[in-house]
Ligand binder design. Structure first.
Ligand code: FRU
Length: 734
């Protein structure tokens, strides 16, 4: 039978199928006189009992189309009829190749169903004049995924009249090393999803891409001179999409390609859709996002658009605080890890500038740190009168822009005060050691005249490395079983401000820390792992380099929610870390940096009303509803019973018997000193930070605010007395 008319729309128009396809194909006959509906012609439906005139090599394809799922394979679905090409014969390790008979291209589109692996080495190719002119593969890269086939299309209008053939390749032997193909057809219309390309001249520094939040993401690559220069996943808006709150314009820095021709390839967009227009802009802050969104933090840092996690590369230089961060400029979800960048003179008022480090063929850009190379140990500064290089060490994580190597550590530098980061050509500087090794934190250790790098290895283990030039490293020691993973930090602090009595702190991702000694070779802990955090939204903190006399930290408020916003996640307020003597030995204290006070307006004149056991402090004049952003210092005098302190309705339970404070499900230790608890409360639109006992205990917590908040400014129940000073805070965006 030639036509499987029952299961498809049939084309009876001039077609380009010239060869004979035996039992595996359908479309042969053509009747140019029949002017029936001109939709599509099946080239190969793989419903027969053999591959017909296709040439089959190797073992992966067996010797006939597969009737669905092979032994050991997840359920294969989405194929048409009773057969398909499925190179899982012999499992993922088998390899092979199938080559079709030659045909002439006579229609605008080639449509096909495709599924299986997306790893290198598995693909369906169109070969014309001896060259692969189109290529497609399945969607799966990592374990899990799906064996479903989906429609894909190639626009081949530019190849009309040429002869070509298909090749189905399976050279991959690892996970997802197989491909599923069915229903190859010629058509005047695309089916399912298609690849769209756009050729552009780089006429401004930033390529602007319209992004929709919530849509399916597809691979997008930007090619220049035939080389892929940017590659990422994104949900690019199409002209059919209605604009939703949270949609945004992403800026891709194309400075290196200015004036050149680029091709943007969006690999998967529903057929019959047009991409919304792309553009070029010189300036970064155009577009519709202006920090005015409903759930935008008002004095905590958040990215203009996209996802953000860990603070990275924190360095102070020439009066400027640099804040780099894990950024997904293309989506409000984690992915495409890139270093975002913002600068500030005071740690509060930030100007976001272009993304600083983009993924490349070595990997996506995971967390890392920065410092000033005061002595030019790297030799990056060639000009004897030039300024000291800024140096940055980061993790390259595979899969890279798309495929990658195992995680390794790498170096970048800046000779223009952080405006441009240049990747060192000798990367990686520390090749893969173990597991997901990552997150290098560097500092210059003056006594031993070398750089030291703290690195997360695997499990709960870390290591220190040493180097004279940041390029060649040797391992110094290991710090094992810290009780957490990721994002190390290490620094020396004076105990109680006494410069003659110092200790070193080694810090891990969730705020576990050790107090100890470091001699340039070995870190010797004086303590078991201690806690500086007890939950809440507080993770992957990092401290600044080159802020003499102060240890300033930002932490990612991991897990906050910002409905319908074009950005996702925020940092804590900048905080200063100190070591204070306690009965148990020196312990870390975390407090807001003094700069936070510059955002205070005039202190409110509070008056007390209510009973002795349940009273409120309200401003003498004005409506408390106006006080959305607050800084509060309070001393609460407790009896034996627990007390509840509520700042604008956000409750903190103070329990003197249990020596605990609880806020929104987070429980942290509490000291009652001479009957009193000292609190510092920092309330922004979408977060509350609580610092108790001068920073010995603290909780950082995000929330989604109610539309109306009638709660009193400060309410205290069950305490003996409360004294408080409250300041309205200024937004940094005004
Ligand atoms: C911590 C972390 C790091 C990693 C980065 C990736 O949140 O997982 O270990 O470098 O985020 O975004």
């Amino acid at each position: 039978m030639l036509w499987n008319t029952g299961i498809r729309r049939v084309a009876l128009w001039t077609i380009g199928v010239l060869a004979a396809f035996g039992s595996c194909s359908a479309a042969l006959a053509q009747d140019a006189t029949q002017k029936a509906e001109k939709v599509e012609t099946i080239f190969a439906d793989f419903n027969g009992n053999d591959y017909g005139d296709w040439k089959v090599e190797g073992s992966a394809f067996g010797d006939a189309p597969v009737k669905g799922t092979l032994p050991g394979q997840m359920q294969v679905s989405g194929f048409i009829g009773d057969g398909l090409v499925n190179s899982f014969y012999g499992g993922d390790k088998a390899t092979g190749k199938m080559t079709s008979p030659e045909f002439q291209i006579a229609r605008d589109y080639i449509n096909f169903l495709i599924g299986g692996g997306g790893v290198p080495g598995v693909c369906l190719e169109l070969v014309v004049d001896g060259e692969v002119v189109r290529k497609a593969s399945g969607p799966n890269l990592v374990p899990g995924g799906t064996e479903a086939l989906e429609w894909s299309s190639w626009n081949v209008a530019d190849l009309k009249g040429k002869k070509g053939f298909f090749r189905i390749v399976d050279e991959a032997t690892g996970g997802w090393g197989h491909i599923n193909v069915d229903e190859i057809s010629f058509s005047d219309k695309r089916r399912g999803f298609v690849e769209l390309t756009r050729d552009l001249n780089v006429s401004g520094r930033y390529l602007t891409l319209p992004i929709k939040t919530g849509g399916a993401e597809s691979w997008v690559r930007i090619e220049c001179d035939g080389k892929v220069v940017r590659e990422f996943t994104a949900a690019i808006s199409s002209s059919n999409d209605e604009k939703k709150p949270g949609d945004f314009v992403s800026y891709v820095d194309m400075a290196p390609y200015r004036g050149q021709k680029i091709r943007v390839v969006v690999e998967r967009i529903p057929a019959d859709c047009e991409l919304a227009p792309f553009g070029f802009e010189e300036e970064f802050h155009h577009g519709e996002v202006a920090y005015g969104e409903k759930y935008r933090p008002q004095f905590h840092f958040s990215p203009r658009v996209g996802w953000m996690n860990d603070p990275n590369g924190l360095v102070f230089h020439d009066g400027v605080y640099h804040l780099f961060y894990q950024h997904n400029p293309m989506s409000v979800n984690w992915g495409n890890m890139t270093w975002g960048h913002a600068v500030s003179p005071d740690l509060l008022h930030w100007t976001e500038v272009a993304d600083a480090l983009y993924p490349d063929e070595l990997g996506t850009i995971f967390s890392g740190s920065g410092a000033v190379d005061v002595n030019n140990t790297t030799g990056f500064q060639k000009d004897p009168n030039g300024s000291a290089p800024l140096v940055f060490m980061f993790t390259y994580n595979g899969p890279s822009m798309r495929y990658g190597n195992l995680a390794s550590q790498a170096l970048a530098y800046s000779l223009d005060g952080g405006k441009t980061l240049v990747k060192y050509e000798g990367n990686p500087t520390i090749p893969h050691i173990v597991g997901g090794n990552r997150d290098p934190k560097i500092f210059w250790h003056d006594p031993s005249q070398k750089w030291v790098c703290a690195l997360y290895l695997d499990g709960e283990d870390y290591a220190l490395f040493g180097s004279k030039d940041l390029k060649k490293w040797n391992e110094l020691c290991r710090i094992e079983r810290l009780g957490c993973s990721e994002c190390p930090d290490i620094f020396e602090l004076a105990i109680d401000g006494d410069e003659n009595n110092k200790a070193w702190v080694f810090w891990g991702g969730n705020g576990k820390y050790l107090v100890g000694d470091f001699d340039g070779r070995e870190f010797k802990s004086r303590t078991a792992p201690l806690d500086a955090k007890w939950g809440g939204n507080d993770y992957a903190a990092q401290t600044y380099s080159d802020t003499p006399g102060r240890r300033i930290q930002f932490s990612w408020m991991q897990g906050g929610v910002y409905p319908d916003s074009p950005f996702n996640q925020q940092f804590t307020v900048p905080r200063e870390l100190t070591l204070r003597s306690t009965a148990d030995g020196p312990r870390l204290c975390i407090n807001p940096v003094v700069e936070v006070e510059t955002l205070r307006g005039n202190a409110l004149q509070l008056q007390k009303s209510g009973s002795a056991a349940d009273f409120t402090l309200v401003p003498q004049e004005g409506d408390s509803k106006d006080y959305e952003l607050l800084d509060c210092e309070a001393v609460i005098t407790l009896g034996d019973e627990p007390a509840v302190v509520e700042l604008r309705g956000r409750k903190i339970l103070l329990d003197p018997a249990e020596k605990k404070m609880t806020h929104d499900g987070v429980v942290a230790p509490l000291e009652v000193v001479d009957g009193n608890v000292k609190l510092r409360l920092i309330l922004d639109r979408v977060s509350l930070e609580i610092f108790a006992n001068d920073g010995l205990s603290q909780i950082a917590k995000c929330f989604v605010p109610e539309d109306e908040n009638d709660a009193p400014l400060l309410r205290v129940q069950g305490a003996k007395e409360a004294k408080a000073t409250i300041w309205p805070m200024k937004s940094v965006w005004n």
